[in-house]
Design a protein. Structure first.
Length: 311
C-alpha cells in the first residue's frame, strides 16, 4: 500500500538515500531541505519520479501539510565543520525543528522518526556504548551545540510520546559513509578519500589512535526502516557497524585502495574529540533483526568509486 512520507533534510547525505529507498518501495515522498548543507545534486535523479516532491524550507518555521503517514527528521548539519560554523543555528534547527515536526505529527496523526546520533555519548567511558549509557558530554565544549541539542531533542520526543501518545522512533546513528557525501564536509572518510585521490597529504588529527566504527549508508537505511516499522517505541536504538578501526589504520586502508602516493601527516587534535566510538547493537539485532552486511573494504571501494567522479 502506497504511503506518503515527509523527509526533512532530504537533500542531505542520509536523507537523500532514504528518499531514494522510499521511492523504490513505491511510496510518495515529500523532501524538505533548506539546502544549507544538503544539495540538489543529491536528489537530481529523483525528480523524474512523479511520486517525489521537493520543498525548500527551514524546519525552524512550522510546516502545514494535510496528510502524512510518516515523518523522518534528518534536519540538522551532521559534520563538525558544518554544525560548528553556526552553532546557534544548529541548536535552533534541532530544537525548534523538533517542536514543529512533532506538532505536525500530532496534527496528521503520523509516526515520526528522529535521527539522533552517537555524539550524545560524548567522549564515552564505556565500550562499546549501549543505549542505557548516559554519556560523557562537555555541555560547553565546541561540539556541544550538536551533542546537547540532540540530547534535548530525544527528551522532547520522549515527553511528547508520554504526554500526547505521539508514535515516535529514535535512532542513535553512528559514523556512516557512502555516496552523496560532499567532498568538503569535514568527515574523516570523505576527507581521506579526496586527499588520497588527489595524492595530497592525509591529515590525521591527533596520533591516529582514535577508534571509530563505520557503517555503510545502505545498511543504515535498512536499519532505519526496520526501526520505523517496528511495532512499538522501546526507547532509542543504536544503529551502526560494531566493527571498529583506528583512524591511522583507516587512512592506510584508503591509501592502499586508491593506490595513492599520499603521505600521512599529523595535526593537532580538536578539543572534545572522542577517543573511542563503537556501538553495541544488541538491541537492534534482537528487536529489529538488523545487522550490517557490507564490510568496510566493500563499502570503501563503493565510496571511492563515487568520489572518483567528483575529484
Amino acid at each position: 500500500m502506497r504511503k506518503r512520507f515527509l523527509v526533512t533534510g532530504g537533500a542531505g547525505f542520509l536523507g537523500s538515500h532514504l528518499c531514494e529507498e522510499l521511492l523504490r518501495l513505491d511510496h510518495e515522498v515529500l523532501c524538505v531541505d533548506n539546502l544549507s548543507t544538503g544539495t540538489l545534486k543529491n536528489i537530481e535523479s529523483l525528480n523524474n519520479d512523479k511520486k517525489f516532491h521537493f520543498l525548500e524550507h527551514d524546519v525552524i518555521k512550522p510546516l502545514t501539510i494535510n496528510q502524512l503517514d510518516g515523518i523522518f527528521n534528518f534536519a540538522c548539519p551532521a559534520s563538525p565543520s558544518a554544525y560548528q560554523s553556526d552553532p546557534i543555528q544548529t541548536i535552533k534547527t534541532s530544537i525548534l525543528g523538533a517542536f514543529n515536526l512533532l506538532d505536525l505529527a500530532e496534527t496528521t496523526n503520523s509516526k515520526i522518526f528522529h535521527a539522533s546520533t552517537s555524539e550524545i555519548y560524548g567522549d564515552p567511558l564505556i565500550f562499546p556504548q549501549k543505549e542505557s549509557y548516559w554519556g560523557n558530554v562537555n555541555p560547553i565544549g565546541i561540539r556541544a551545540c550538536y551533542d546537547e541539542s540532540k540530547r534535548v531533542v530525544e527528551t522532547i520526543f520522549v515527553e511528547s510520546f508520554r504526554a500526547k501518545s505521539i508514535e515516535i522512533r529514535i535512532a542513535r546513528i553512528f559514523n556512516t559513509y557512502g555516496s552523496n557525501m560532499t567532498k568538503n564536509d569535514g568527515r574523516v572518510i570523505s576527507n581521506f578519500i579526496v586527499q588520497a585521490l588527489k595524492n595530497e597529504p592525509i591529515t590525521i588529527y591527533g596520533d591516529g589512535s582514535q577508534v571509530r566504527s563505520f557503517c555503510h549508508v545502505d545498511d543504515l537505511v535498512g536499519g532505519i526502516l526496520k526501526l520505523f516499522n517496528f511495532k512499538k517505541f522501546s526507547g532509542p536504538v543504536n544503529l551502526g557497524n560494531p566493527t571498529s578501526v583506528s583512524i591511522i589504520d583507516l587512512a592506510r586502508e584508503i591509501v592502499a585502495l586508491t593506490n595513492s602516493q599520499s603521505k600521512i601527516i599529523f595535526c593537532e587534535l580538536p578539543s572534545d574529540d572522542p577517543k573511542t566510538r563503537q556501538p553495541d547493537i544488541s538491541k537492534a539485532t534482537i528487536e529489529l533483526g538488523w545487522i550490517p552486511r557490507i564490510n568496510r573494504k566493500e563499502g570503501l571501494e563503493r565510496t571511492i568509486d563515487y568520489f572518483m567522479n567528483l575529484v
